[in-house]
Design a binder for this molecule. Structure first.
Ligand code: AMP
Ligand code: MG
Length: 497
């Protein structure tokens, strides 16, 4: 079967390999060990980041760098490397191929259109991770895009992904952000920036879909083996992989639900095989609780609304199942097994959800009526326009009832909750285990971006510091707990990359 050689195509179309003088022989060292670049050429296009005019470092994540065994260099070298002007030694930059369903429609070729994978490192914890530049210029997969990112989404992803990590939820991470000194045109002229993203891999449901849809079974098998080796060495064959991805996704989505996170674009190309939160675009944390909450400006039908996320995760897994089956000889048996695996996911999501929300109301044991107890609270929260984060955090104190338009509506629920707590030997402290007090509230993120565009990074640094300890009370940070005032409410969040 003919498989297109993107390495060659990329070089022909763009001719922007790094000239020798760009190679960093500098102070920054990254111990690369690149397994993906060793896969066949059909998996990616070799593509260097495209240099920018005036690189300037915004932030570098020292803790994460230590985990990755990276030794930082002087600030000039770092700016050059993390804006894409120099290639650190050992990097083998590539743009990865994938496809995916976007809002339910299959798009046969997506791929990294504004990102390059520099390579991988094996961290001090033994875990292999990708180091990727996002906003690093056009690639053979850019279609009509410019391959760039502007400062807003770069800082949003930096803050929100690191906050997610601090919340204990699997996610890609942010190693660095740099200004490019160039202008990017979106709604208007915007300052350009590059994010350095770290992921346990960038394998997506869409990475499997592209080979399955093209009937490139050798590549599909190779990818399946690669994914198993890298993420789930205990998994047996394609169906074993499907099971492991299901478990990871079912756990992840329940965790999103438990902190009021709305991803916003759960397309199959944004669904990680490793079960990490990936591709922070128009994502947001909910303030006032309502199950139908949507922030994304492009999600007109509410496909990716808060309460739809579990169903969408199942839908995405079904797409992975359909792709994986293609490589199995006994199709009938594979379809039967895959169906059983996918059909078990809703129940698993429900159980994980229950476990998370039981903890949020202080329960350590399970009783039959718990589901009704929790949904009873959520229903009152929706009617009473209660703040999701602050209500759970305040349970047990008067501050909880103050969250509701009609506090009496909460009192009725509280009575049944207290009766249930009586049957717990040692109820959890709701203010610590499962209920953060600091989340990256959307209006603060917007304020942070507006200030940064004017060159003021104070709120960016402050948010990063406070959100690193989301469960701890912190002096002088009460303003960051507050929901938005009426005039601060952000109604729509833009992809705006
Ligand atoms: P995402 O919104 O991250 O899920 O991206 C969807 C697809 O659009 C991916 O293939 C991206 O690489 C591509 N894309 C997004 N923004 C740009 C851009 N500015 N230039 C080129 N490709 C882009
Ligand atoms: Mg994406």
């Amino acid at each position: 079967m003919f498989e297109r050689d993107y390495a060659r195509d990329g070089a022909i179309r763009y001719g922007i390999r790094a000239p020798k003088e760009y190679v960093c022989g500098m102070t920054l060292t990254i111990p690369f060990d690149n397994s993906y670049a060793r896969l066949p050429n059909a998996f990616f296009a070799r593509q260097s980041p495209v240099p920018v005019r005036a690189p300037k470092m915004i932030v570098f994540n020292d803790d994460l760098a230590r985990l990755l065994r990276i030794s930082p260099g002087d600030v000039q070298d770092m700016a050059q490397a993390f804006a894409g002007n120099s290639i650190p030694e050992g990097a083998e930059p590539i743009a990865q191929l994938y496809s995916g369903h976007q809002f339910g429609q299959y798009n046969p070729q997506l791929g990294d259109g504004r990102a390059v994978l520099l390579g991988e490192t094996v961290g001090t914890d033994g875990m292999r991770r990708d180091i990727q530049l996002k906003g690093s210029g056009p690639t053979p997969f850019s279609r009509r895009g410019d391959g760039r990112a502007w400062l807003g989404p770069v800082l949003r992803e930096y803050v929100v992904s690191e906050a997610m990590h601090a919340l204990g939820i699997p996610t890609t991470r942010a190693l660095a952000a740099a200004e490019t000194g160039e202008t990017v045109f979106r709604e208007g002229p915007m300052p350009g920036a590059v994010l350095t993203r770290v992921a346990t891999s960038h394998l997506r449901v869409g990475t499997f879909q592209v080979f399955a849809a093209r009937g490139q079974l050798d590549s599909l098998k190779r990818l399946t083996d690669y994914a198993i080796t890298r993420h789930y060495p205990e998994a047996e064959g394609p169906m074993g992989l499907l099971r492991s991805v299901r478990d990871a996704q079912a756990s992840l989505i329940a965790q999103w639900m438990s902190v009021g996170f709305i991803h916003g674009v759960m397309n199959t190309d944004n669904c990680s095989i490793a079960g990490e939160t990936i591709d922070y675009g128009p994502c947001a944390f909910m303030d006032t609780y309502h199950p139908n909450t949507v922030f994304s400006s492009i999600d007109q039908m509410g496909r990716y609304a808060y309460s739809n996320q579990p169903d969408i995760a199942v839908w995405n897994l079904a797409q992975l199942a359909t792709s994986l089956i293609q490589q199995v000889d006994d199709k009938e048996a594979a379809v039967e097994e895959a169906t059983e695996i996918v059909h078990a996911m809703p129940d698993m999501l429900q159980q994980n959800w229950l476990t998370r929300f039981r903890a949020k109301i202080g329960l350590t044991t399970a009783e039959d009526g718990d589901l009704e107890l929790i949904t009873g609270l959520l229903k009152r929260m929706a009617e009473g326009q209660a703040d999701f984060t602050n209500t759970f955090r305040a349970l047990g104190s008067d501050a909880a009832r103050d969250q509701f338009l009609d506090p009496a509506a909460f009192d009725g629920w509280e009575e049944s909750w207290r009766a249930r707590l009586e049957r717990e030997a040692t109820p959890l402290d709701v203010t610590t285990a499962a209920n953060p007090t600091f989340i990256p509230r959307n209006h603060r993120i917007e304020q942070m971006i507006q200030a940064a565009v004017k060159g003021d990074y104070a709120l960016f640094h402050r948010l990063s510091a406070v959100l690193a300890r989301p469960y701890d009370e912190q002096a002088g940070a009460a303003d960051l707990k507050r929901p938005p005032a009426k005039n601060e409410v952000v109604h729509a969040t833009f992809c705006g990359t």
